[in-house]
Design a protein around this ligand. Structure first.
Ligand code: C5P
Length: 306
């Protein structure tokens, strides 16, 4: 029996997200402090020797994905690109355990693609240059390079410039999605008339001793997509208000282009209590108490940030 490989695909959180400009091709220049949570999808798989790539999707959010996994799923696209780049005749039977809501601002699809690259890199015993892996990642989506990196990172450009940060303190958080997907291009379009934030507003050298110290600094740096997202989906305001009302909430904010929001709580107990209290009032919301992961997840040593 062949070995089963498995790779976590952690949810990505934008602790802050500034839109600093727009490129001629329509993509926006961003500056964002990105970190990863213990909650996420899982990609697993077994080796095939005939070069074929198959994908089955399981898990509580599987129904939200199109049935045509063979062509449009980012996991399959990532696998095919890696296969081509490595010029290998090996293939894989992959399983995506979909636990994160789709189109929800926490990088689900990007995290899955990055996890597939990690997994197949191991399974196929590859030796590829980090720059080539990063280029494959970027061609799959602006958030895929940072997901490949997998730890607290200052991300800029459209997502291709990564600057490593000191580890963050343990942060108990709650993730909440109001159960409605939002379109990232629609959110960027809706903020078309808004101005741009300055670059370099975040002091990347600070090492934070506590969640409270980090949250205090984050008050200065918000998510520039929030206004546009709440104008399209007002439920996001309800989520943010519900999170902020609970005891111990240090910061409540939207991640990415929404609609998932996160709140940092002072203690894990408070995060659990908040999640339970909010869940009792909002049956249709996806609510997960979790934590920010500080360590790098089985990261390939040759994928680095400067
Ligand atoms: O690259 P990704 O698939 O994540 O982006 C989806 C869409 O979001 C893009 O087609 C673009 O409209 C918008 N986007 C953007 N600027 C970014 C990232 C995404 O305008 N930096």
């Amino acid at each position: 029996m062949s070995a089963t490989y498995s790779q976590q695909a952690p949810a990505k959180i934008n602790l802050f997200l500034h839109v600093t400009g727009k490129r001629n091709d329509g993509y926006h220049l961003l500056e964002s402090l990105v970190c990863f949570t213990a909650a996420g999808d899982v990609v697993s798989g077994e080796l095939r020797n005939d070069g074929k790539i198959t994908l089955a999707v399981t898990g509580p959010m599987a129904d939200a994905l199109s049935n045509d996994h063979t062509n449009d799923n980012l996991v399959v696209r990532a696998a095919r690109l890696l296969q081509e780049e490595a010029n290998t005749e090996l293939g894989a039977d992959l399983i995506l355990d979909k636990r994160l809501p789709v189109a929800s601002g926490i990088g689900g699809g990007s995290a899955d693609a990055a996890a597939a690259i990690h997994l197949l890199y191991d399974m196929w015993n590859l030796d590829l240059d980090g720059d080539r892996l990063s280029a494959i990642a970027l061609s799959l989506g602006a958030d895929v390079p940072v997901c490949l990196h997998g730890k607290a990172t200052l991300m800029s450009g459209i997502g291709e410039k990564l600057t490593e940060l000191p580890d963050l303190p343990p942060l108990p958080i709650v993730l909440i999605n109001p159960g409605k997907p939002v379109s990232t291009p629609a959110i960027f379009k809706a903020r078309e008339e808004d101005g741009f934030s300055d670059e370099g507003l975040w002091n990347i050298h600070t090492r934070y001793e506590s969640g409270a110290a980090l949250a205090a600094d984050l008050q200065e740096c918000g998510n520039d997509l929030t206004l546009a997202a709440t104008s399209i989906l007002p439920d996001i305001c309800d989520v943010l208000n519900a999170m902020a009302r609970e005891e111990g909430c240090l910061l409540a904010r939207m991640s990415g282009s929404g609609a998932t929001c996160f709140a940092i709580y002072d203690t894990a107990t408070q995060a659990e209590k908040a999640a339970n209290a909010i869940a009792s009032q909002h049956e249709n919301w996806w609510i997960v108490p979790t934590e920010i992961r500080c360590e790098q997840s089985q990261i390939l040593s040759n994928i680095g940030a400067s």
